[in-house]
Design a protein around this ligand. Structure first.
Ligand SMILES: Cc1ncc(COP(=O)(O)O)c(C=O)c1O
Length: 386
């Protein structure tokens, strides 16, 4: 417990709430907490199923069969991947729960875990909580570069975390990336946990590949996907782990000690969404794309140039040179004080995130335009010095 730091983003969120209760209308680009609601049909489904007394008991912890089958069909239709619904899929209480319990099932003292940096905090901390040692390598979309980093490590990792589209950097990859990484990991007996939280949040013609599209991937890999982002069901806590049978068995086993799975009405609503509401994910992605465009184009007008991205719901921006030596935490605090805009400091995603901030696209376009004006005003103020 001594090793676990304050959750930095929790602290900034508390600052935001304190200001809002004092009447300051902070524009919130902090947490990746979707601001849009789940579909009406999903909400109606919950109402309908909750009326059934049988739905109030403990549910089947691994997931009710129709939900597992809906997830298998989803993978078959979207990625051409055939999965055994009972042996190769388990539901999780959101992917964060699944990721951390899988790390606990796979890792322990004496094990090494490779985590690309900057990282989504639970990728690192789940390994730390499990007692494993961390090996950091840089996030990249270049498989050769990642393999070189892995080969340079002093220790061989037991597990490699991957996450594309990536939080926080928005890095995306094509299928050939997974092909090379899977091949290297199979040769070197490294297990892969691919966090596919942003699988549907992609822009233009880009479609994010599933690692399970690689033929032999499931010999060593599992993938997590979640209803949180694709279906705006973040608070509902519904996710899936899919792929390698042994890893699914271990996750199911450890979960059977910790939890009883998801409330049945949530599972039924998730079935409905997976079966009947595919277009919603595309609609959500289009909204994030529009927001991204408004933010990036807006900031460019004030001289803050940010490269385009193909996915995820974040804008990862290098801090303008004039302010960079402040450090990302002080810069984020300064933006909160002066521009009344909350962003996440890059340092919260590990030392490799320093020099950057992450802006979550969880405000509507009108508020994004407002934020751009407020940020632009303080950036261009004569007395704005580091
Ligand atoms: C990369 C990544 N993985 C997992 C999660 C958590 O998702 P869930 O709501 O399924 O726990 C997030 C949430 O922001 C995320 O960014």
């Amino acid at each position: 417990m001594e090793q676990l730091p304050d959750y930095l983003f929790g602290r900034l969120n508390a600052e935001k709430l304190r200001r809002r209760s004092a009447g300051i209308d902070v524009i919130d680009f902090g947490m990746g907490n979707p601001d849009m609601p789940a579909s009406r049909e999903a909400v109606e489904k919950i109402h309908e199923v909750i009326e059934d007394d049988k739905a109030h008991r403990y549910a089947r912890p691994t997931g009710i069969p129709h939900l597992l089958q809906a997830a298998a069909d989803h993978y078959s239709e979207l990625y051409g991947v055939q999965l055994d619904a009972e042996e190769e899929i388990v539901t999780t209480i959101g992917s964060k729960e699944g990721l951390s319990h899988l790390a606990l099932a796979l890792l322990g003292p004496g094990d090494f875990c490779a985590v690309p940096e900057p990282y989504f905090p639970i990728h690192k901390w789940s390994a730390v909580i499990a007692g494993a040692e961390l090996l950091h390598i840089p996030v990249t979309d270049d498989a050769g570069e990642m393999i070189t980093s892995l080969e340079k490590l002093d220790e061989k990792p037991k597990v490699l975390f991957l996450n594309y589209p990536h939080n926080p950097t928005s890095t995306t990859v094509d299928l050939s990336f997974f092909e090379e990484i899977v091949s290297w990991c199979r040769k070197n007996s490294v297990l892969i946990i691919h966090d596919f939280a942003y699988k549907d949040i992609t822009f233009g013609d880009y479609k994010a590949p599933s690692i399970l599209q690689i033929d032999d991937a499931r010999e060593i890999a599992v993938e997590f996907f979640t209803m949180s982002k694709s279906y705006n069901m973040a608070g509902w806590r519904c996710g899936f782990c899919l792929g390698n049978r042994e890893m699914i068995r271990l996750l199911t086993r450890i979960k059977s000690f910790f939890d009883y799975g998801l409330f049945t009405p949530i599972q039924v609503a998730a079935i409905h969404e997976l079966r009947h509401n595919r277009e919603q994910a595309q609609e959500i992605a289009r909204k994030y794309d529009k927001r991204r465009e408004v933010l990036v184009e807006g900031l460019a007008r004030y001289g803050w140039e940010i490269p385009p991205s193909r996915g995820a719901m974040y804008v990862w921006a290098e801090i303008p040179e004039r302010f960079r030596q402040m450090g990302s935490l002080a810069f984020a605090e300064w933006l909160l004080d002066e521009a009344e805009v909350l962003v996440s400091p890059g340092i919260g995603f590990g030392p490799a995130g320093e020099g950057h901030i992450r802006m979550s696209l969880v405000e509507n376009t009108q508020r994004i335009r407002q934020a751009v004006r407020q940020i632009g005003k303080v950036l261009t103020r004569e007395d704005s010095v580091a």
